[in-house]
Structures are given as C-alpha cells and as structure tokens.
Design a protein around this ligand. Structure first.
Ligand SMILES: *Cc1c(COP(=O)(O)O)cnc(C)c1O
Ligand code: SF4
Length: 344
C-alpha cells in the first residue's frame, strides 16, 4: 500500500477525521509498504484511533517539559544534560507520541532560539551532554543541523552530543550518505534510534544502520513498550538480537508516558517487569536494555528491575538463580539494614 491510499482509507471515516483534526495523521510510503493489514503491529503504531480523543486521565505534557524549559525548546531536567527539541516535524507520526502537544505547534530553529539555547548551554559548565531530539532532528535542513552541531562542538564543556531519531525506520531513503557524513564529523556523537518492532527493520533500514555504524557513529535504541504491539518477550527478544547484529546497542525499553489519549497503548508496570524477567539469563546483557519509567511532572527517568532477591537474613541473601533454584551470597557483618533499604 502507498501512504496516499492509507490516508484515503483513514480519512473516509468520519470519526477518524475528527481524530485527524486534533492529531494529524501522517505516514510515509516506506511505512505504508510495511503494513500488511490494518491491525498489524506496524499499522497500529501509525493509524489513528477514536480512543485518542478519550479523557483517560492522561495529560498533554506528561513529563512537565514546558515548565522545565528555561529557554524555548530546551528542557533542562538533570544538572549535566539538556534536551534540545529542534523541530516538531516527523516523517511519520506515532499515535502514542509523548509530544503530541507539539504536532500542531511549529517548533523551528529561529535565529533567536538558536542563540538563546546556545548561550544557555555555554553559560552552564555543568552541561556535558546535549541530547538533540524533537520531532525528528534528521529532518532539519542540513545546513542548519550542521550549524547547531558545529556551535555545540565549539563549547568545550559539552563532552558528547546525542541525536534521537526515527528517520532510519520511518523513511530510510532520507538518511542520505551526506547526512551520515555530516554527523560523523562531530564525534563523539551518539545516535539513538526509536524502534519498536522487528518488522520495522526493513532492508533499507538495515543498510542505513550499516552505513552509520561504518561511519563510526555509536548506535543505540529506544523502544516504547506498546500494548498488543510488542509487549511479549519473544517479540522483544527478536528485536534486541537483530539490533545487536546491526551494531545497535539496545538502550532503553520505555514504559508509556501518561500522555492524554494514549491509554490504549499502555501496559501495566508488571508487564514490563515480567518481560525483563523473561529476558534475564536467556540473553546476553549486551542485548538487554534498561526498563525505564519517566515519572510524571518532571520526576525523571527511573529504571525498574525485577528483583532476584528471594529473602534476606542475617549473614546471607538468597537470590533466584539461572536454574530457578536459590543461591546464597554472604552478607558482611552489619550490612543487613543497609542492604534492606537499598533493595526496597
Ligand atoms: C531522557 C532525557 C534525558 C537523557 O536521559 P539519559 O538517561 O541520559 O539518556 C535528558 N534530559 C531530558 C529532559 C530527558 O527527558
Ligand atoms: S518519532 Fe518520536 S517524536 Fe516523532 S511522532 Fe514518533 S514518538 Fe513522536
């Protein structure tokens, strides 16, 4: 199928047209070609649903990013890192997006916004890591992107730059050789791709990943845990193994944020932990991402790990082992209370 045909199908439904007016439908030919049926794991990420208009207890800005923005489009939540949203455009729109609030707002790099963001970073020596995201930063005009990277690199205390993108998956043809070379000139620069299902790893996507890795760009991935789409251990195991094969290190598995109108995508916390437990011992640590909950109202990211602790007594802790039995590990004298606090 082509994007146009899909749009015709979606927009011929009056209730979906209503969703589209609030949160515009947008897809690429590349994604459309990966869709086999309207309820497959690719389609469900991109085709609107009436449920998006539900008042489901979610909020517009679940991470409280607006109140953490000292200058426009720069989110400063942690002392050593900033998140710079340099565009609100995306090649294809994920229906579960946390930043849907920006879809109809034009976030773009005006001269004023660029210099305010750069000045802010320049004046704070504690900022050692700039994460460029959006929208999709790889859709930004190359000259402008180069200017941003160049200016960041001129700031001595900025040790690393990271780019978060979905373009290698949503429209790989647009990740051109030139763009990859541009990125590779600003090392150390990490690229994190947003990928949710093994079927997103098409041949052309794999080629782009290959090219980026060969240009010595370290690659990582972020995966959103999505109900009925990828919330089973085998699907994710397959995804993480394939990513590693393409030199992409799985970085984060993300619990859905409490974004308004996305409750139908959300899994309970226990699901994510069950999956993490299922991956333990059966996959190399290299293939296992951190399971992360980004706490409401700017509380920040926390990692959740299924506990291996079975019981704690004086002198030893009992841990569930690889074979399902119990292994004892000795405690130091007086350690009990300290360990108890750390584990709970
Ligand atoms: C996620 C995020 C970061 C980066 O977090 P890491 O755990 O270092 O990947 C930085 N700033 C904000 C506001 C974020 O949401
Ligand atoms: S790629 Fe990211 S920013 Fe763009 S629509 Fe999807 S989740 Fe939102």
């Amino acid at each position: 199928m082509r994007a146009k045909e899909l749009a015709r199908i979606v927009l011929s439904d009056s209730s979906l047209r209503k969703v589209h007016r609030k949160y515009p439908f947008r897809i690429t030919d590349h994604i459309a070609r990966l869709i086999h049926s309207l309820d497959d794991p690719i389609a469900r990420q991109f085709i609107p649903s009436e449920l998006e208009l539900e008042e489901d207890g979610g909020v517009e800005d679940p991470l409280g990013e607006e109140s953490l923005s000292p200058v426009p489009h720069l989110v400063h939540r942690y002392p050593d890192r900033v998140l710079w949203l340099i565009t609100s455009r995306c090649a294809a729109r994920c229906r579960f997006c946390t930043r849907k609030r920006l879809w109809k707002r034009r976030v773009s790099l005006t001269e004023e916004n660029i210099s305010r963001a750069l000045n802010y970073i320049r004046q704070r020596r504690g900022i050692r890591d700039v994460l460029i995201s959006g929208g999709d930063p790889l859709l930004v005009d190359e000259e402008l992107l180069e200017r941003v990277l160049h200016s960041l690199r001129a700031i001595k205390h900025v040790a690393i730059v990271r780019i978060g993108t979905r373009l290698p998956l949503s429209d790989p043809e647009r990740v051109t050789r030139e763009k990859i070379l541009l990125l590779s000139r600003y090392q150390p620069l990490y690229v994190n791709i947003h990928v949710n299902h093994p079927r997103e790893l098409s041949d052309s996507t794999r080629r782009v990943l290959e090219e980026m890795a060969s240009a010595a760009i370290p690659l990582g991935s972020q995966t959103v845990l999505l109900r009925g789409i990828n919330d089973d251990t085998e699907t994710l195991r397959g995804l993480f193994l394939e990513l590693l094969r393409h030199r992409v290190r799985p970085y984060y598995l993300l619990q859905m944020d409490l974004m308004r109108g996305t409750a139908h995508f959300r899994t309970p916390l226990s699901r994510g932990l069950e999956i993490m437990k299922g991956l333990r011992h059966t996959l190399s640590g290299l293939a296992i991402p951190h399971f992360i909950v980004d706490l409401p109202r700017g509380g920040g990211k926390v990692g959740l790990v299924p506990s291996a602790v079975e019981s704690l007594r004086d002198g030893e802790v009992l841990l569930r082992n690889r074979q399902g039995g119990l292994s004892s590990y000795p405690l130091e004298v007086g350690e009990f209370d300290r360990l108890m606090k750390l584990l709970l």
